[in-house]
Design a protein around this ligand. Structure first.
Ligand SMILES: [Zn+2]
Length: 341
């Protein structure tokens, strides 16, 4: 089978790999029907995160169950499934509290690699959620988005307390930020301010429910958000980048008592204690517990109430994954879907 392997920064290849097999009785093997490239895949691709020798890539996936281990009871061969980017048992105390991405038995799917024709899914009963049936082709991008970027944007919006009567700011106009807009709109936010300087992404943000665009960045961007909110700052901020600048911007744009939902994978971010003290904001984030939201997200997509798949602006065969990485690295694409057949 074909799968994507990163050998060194900038050197990603689609190669012939061994077929995955059931190792633990709780495993399932799925035929991956669609996968994609994540913004976080760019960290090692750009060399900002260390490349640990030739490493398998990808953690987003939908597929069809092929075989299951002896202990798997909730999914069966033939099921069409969506899974989270973190495998979880969904039964431990952390999972039951809704934090499946930090399950005591968690397995990061990036270490397994889902940019491939087949994948081993650990803890299949806890990780995979069956769809109502075989998805119509036009819903595939949206269902795939649920595996990470939609679920992550949704968690960020929930963690930021987005809801009726709330003004929400979104820092970051990548796929997660854009789907944070969609989530905030679905959760009933009154006003959604997106910080973006790319015309095409602004347009998609508006389609997803954004009401205002702020093109300024850093402290100028914060000043503009405050101007739009009577000097107070927003109630809720979604931080979807993970840099010092974006985190500072998120905290400073939020009013005292407000909430910041941060889901950008943090890289060299440090917070000033005294500034944090006087900000009086709630900070809540981390790897999104996508599994918590999956049943509801699948339903919303199946019923065509949301169209998160619109974030994909380039589709390539798995064999051309290297071009997909280049396109995202050079910002020619927001998010790249990889077909597997
Ligand atoms: Zn658990």
């Amino acid at each position: 089978m074909l799968g994507v392997v990163l050998h060194a920064p900038g050197d990603v290849r689609t190669e012939e790999l061994a077929m995955p097999v059931v190792i633990e009785p709780t495993d399932a093997i799925i035929r991956v029907t669609a996968t994609c490239i994540c913004g976080s895949d760019l960290w090692p691709y750009r060399g900002i995160e260390a490349v640990r020798g030739p490493q398998r890539m990808g953690h987003e996936y939908i597929g069809v169950v092929e075989t299951v281990g002896d202990a798997v009871t909730l999914v069966k061969p033939g099921d069409h499934v969506v899974g989270s980017f973190v495998a979880s048992d969904n039964t431990c105390e952390i999972c039951r509290a809704g934090y499946q991405s930090r399950c005591v038995h968690q397995v990061m799917m990036g270490s397994v690699g889902t940019q491939a024709q087949y994948a081993r899914i650990p803890l299949a009963d806890g990780t995979l959620v069956p769809m109502p049936g075989q998805p119509p082709a036009d819903l595939v991008p949206s269902l795939l988005a649920a595996s990470d970027v939609l679920g992550t944007g949704w968690f960020a919006a929930a963690a930021a307390g987005a809801g009726p009567d709330k003004t929400v700011a979104v820092v970051g106009d990548g796929a997660v930020g854009l789907l944070g807009v969609l989530a905030a709109a679905q959760l009933g936010a009154e006003r959604i301010i997106v910080m973006s300087r790319h015309a095409d992404r602004q347009e998609l943000a508006r389609r997803f429910g954004a009401t205002d665009i702020v093109e300024e960045r850093g402290d100028e961007g914060v000043a503009r958000v405050r101007e739009l909110t009577g000097g107070l700052g927003v109630h809720s901020t979604i931080e979807a980048v993970g840099t010092q600048e974006s985190m500072d911007q998120a905290i400073r744009a939020t009013r005292p008592g407000g909430h910041v939902g941060f889901v950008g994978v943090s890289h060299d971010v440090s917070l000033d204690g005294l500034e944090l003290f006087f900000s009086s904001v709630h900070l809540h984030g981390g790897p999104a517990p996508v599994r918590r939201f999956l049943p509801e997200l699948i339903r919303l997509i199946w019923d065509r109430e949301i169209d998160p798949g619109a974030v994909f602006d380039l589709t390539l065969p798995l064999a051309d994954a290297a071009e997909g990485y280049r396109a995202m690295d050079e910002r020619r694409a927001t998010k790249v879907l990889l077909t597997t057949d």
